[in-house]
Design a protein around this ligand. Structure first.
Ligand code: GLN
Length: 537
């Protein structure tokens, strides 16, 4: 362990979905605003190696990092709050932990020993926790333990935390996030679940230093005293975490509760400067006082579960603020769209985004949406599969390639305008084998994309197996769909645009993974700007 690195562990009690990710990101933001470099890591107690193979209905969006890791969506929050890129090391699952231990066992690295949860699995967890410190880039590492204390599957993680506390007493603290529910019948907030949850942690040998209490009502002094007394924490370490209007309020709410001050005190670190959150506050003011609004349709197949498109909806918030506009997102189920109802469904929209995705479900609704946007000159933004749908639609209805398709869905299409990338053809495993992570893209000067980015060479993150089939490029360009962004090494088409349209851009990459509060993504900003202009007409 690097001598100077400090560790904050964030555990959760009582129930899941208390918002550990947002609390962790908010704390990191406050520490960053005081001049500390902080990063966040999420340890997920499930057996999948990563969420890449998980259905979004199970686990929400799969977030992708520059280094091509398919990760938990909380990493998206970390990046959006901190404006610092994360990596594979920021997200570790039980599957990955066991995989490394088992690989080591096969190599004989344990020298004939019986391989056990303790010490081998817990050692591997501790190694992963300390890996980020080895980069030397961070003063503070916040490690969020997924799941709820008391779950069988999170036991090894809590044990690893206990060992870390024992071994590096002065460098580690534990923040326990719990629920203080309101009982309407009694008209009271109840502290018992919190007491029990702390007891459960104590049974595992971990005394939390700080309690973050999620509550719908004010935690008054009496309640704070009671919680402090029964859970062995100091009064100032009982932090109220009320429901917020927006997740972007949470850093300021935590600042008002002095969470950052208490954390630094307990870690023995100086407070340094008062946090500079001017830009953050400015963002919030603009978020809450928009001067206009736009209606954007998000066409996708997981719209019942908004977490499946988390980064896209957050990108809309950032781009809205940049344009001083409230972005009203209408979530549209692609499976329910047909040529017959498309006009009715999309007629009130100022802009249409067709979402990324895999497989055939809902694809025809996506293609119909592109057609509507193209023909009615409504600003259009297609991301990954959304861009591929734009290509298919153009092939079918402008070039007259009947039944043109992607070979992902129609392997024997007569016009495979989207086809599998050469390097993907020999791959049979599904996990971690797509074209993943950051690749460069050269933009065509003067294109909508180049104007938005205000530069010609960009780097964006990817997650796909299929690509524009360059055999058709000439025909497309002659008919008005231009490739305005290409990978400089391979010539792979990264961006398509249609001229003679107010704003029609399809991107093979995922711009949504790089939009942050500090840096709203240029393509989202330009798309919203075009939607506002379109509305005025
Ligand atoms: N299924 C498509 C591909 O693999 C698009 C992927 C995506 O939208 N992320 O190329």
């Amino acid at each position: 362990m690097s001598n100077s690195t400090k560790y904050i562990f964030v555990t959760g009690g009582v129930t899941s979905s208390l918002g550990k990710g947002i609390i962790s990101a908010s704390l990191a933001k406050l520490l960053q605003a005081r001049g500390y470099s902080a990063t966040i890591q999420k340890l997920d107690p499930y057996i999948n190696i990563d969420p890449g193979t998980l259905n979004p209905y199970e686990h929400g969006e799969c977030f992708v990092t520059d280094d091509g890791a398919e990760t938990d969506l909380d990493l998206g929050h970390y990046e959006r709050f901190l404006n610092v890129a994360t990596s594979q090391a920021n997200n570790v699952t039980t599957g990955r932990i066991y995989q490394s231990v088992i690989e080591k066992e096969r190599k004989g690295e344990f020298l004939g020993k019986t391989v056990q949860v303790i010490p081998h699995i817990t050692d591997e967890i501790k190694y992963r926790i300390q890996l980020l410190a080895k980069t030397g880039d961070y003063d503070i590492i916040i490690t969020e333990i997924g799941g709820t204390v008391g779950d069988i599957e999170s036991l090894p993680y809590v044990e690893a935390v206990r060992q870390m506390l024992w071994e590096h007493e002065n460098d580690c603290i534990v923040i326990h996030l719990t629920l203080v529910p309101y009982l309407a019948a009694a008209g009271e907030l109840k502290t018992k679940p919190t007491q029990h949850s702390v007891k459960q942690l104590l049974e595992l040998g971990v005394q939390p230093d700080i309690l973050c209490c999620r509550t719908e009502h004010e935690l008054d002094l009496t309640l704070r005293k009671k919680i402090a007394k029964f859970c062995n924490v100091s009064m100032n370490a009982v932090i109220e975490s009320r429901d917020a209007e927006t997740i972007y309020d949470v850093p300021l709410l935590m600042q008002a509760e002095e969470l950052d001050k208490v954390v630094l005190e307990k870690l023995g670190l100086p407070s340094k400067s008062t946090p500079n959150l001017d830009n953050w506050k400015n963002f919030l003011t603009r978020l809450k006082q928009p001067t206009k609004e736009v209606n954007i349709g998000l066409v996708g197949k997981y719209v019942e579960l908004k977490d499946a498109y988390k980064s896209i909806s957050e990108s809309f918030i950032h781009a809205g603020v940049a344009n001083e506009a409230r972005v009203n997102v209408k979530w549209i189920h692609s499976e329910k769209l047909t040529a017959a109802n498309i006009k009715e469904e999309l007629k009130d929209l100022d802009g249409i985004l067709v979402a990324p995705g895999f497989g055939s479900r809902g694809i025809s609704g996506k293609i119909e949406s592109v057609r509507y946007a193209r023909e009615n000159k409504v600003p259009f933004f297609g991301i990954c599969l959304g861009m591929q749908c734009a290509v298919i639609e153009f092939a079918r209805h402008v070039l007259g390639y009947e039944d043109a398709h992607t070979t992902e869905i129609a392997e024997d299409s007569k016009y495979p305008v989207i086809s599998m990338m050469e390097e993907q053809k020999s791959i049979s495993n599904l996990g971690g084998t797509m074209r993943l992570g950051a690749y460069k893209c050269q933009l065509k000067p003067g294109s909508k994309a180049a104007i938005a980015y205000n530069t010609d060479l960009i780097s964006e993150r990817h997650r796909h197996r299929f690509e524009f089939n360059n055999e058709y490029l000439e025909a497309f360009e002659k008919a008005g769909m231009i490739s305005t962004g290409k990978n400089p090494e391979t010539g792979l088409v990264e961006v398509v645009e249609i001229d003679n349209h107010p704003w029609f851009v399809g991107a093979q990459f995922h711009p949504e993974y790089k939009s942050t509060v500090a840096n709203p993504h240029p393509l989202f900003v330009a798309f919203i700007e075009a939607a506002i202009k379109n509305k005025k007409k």
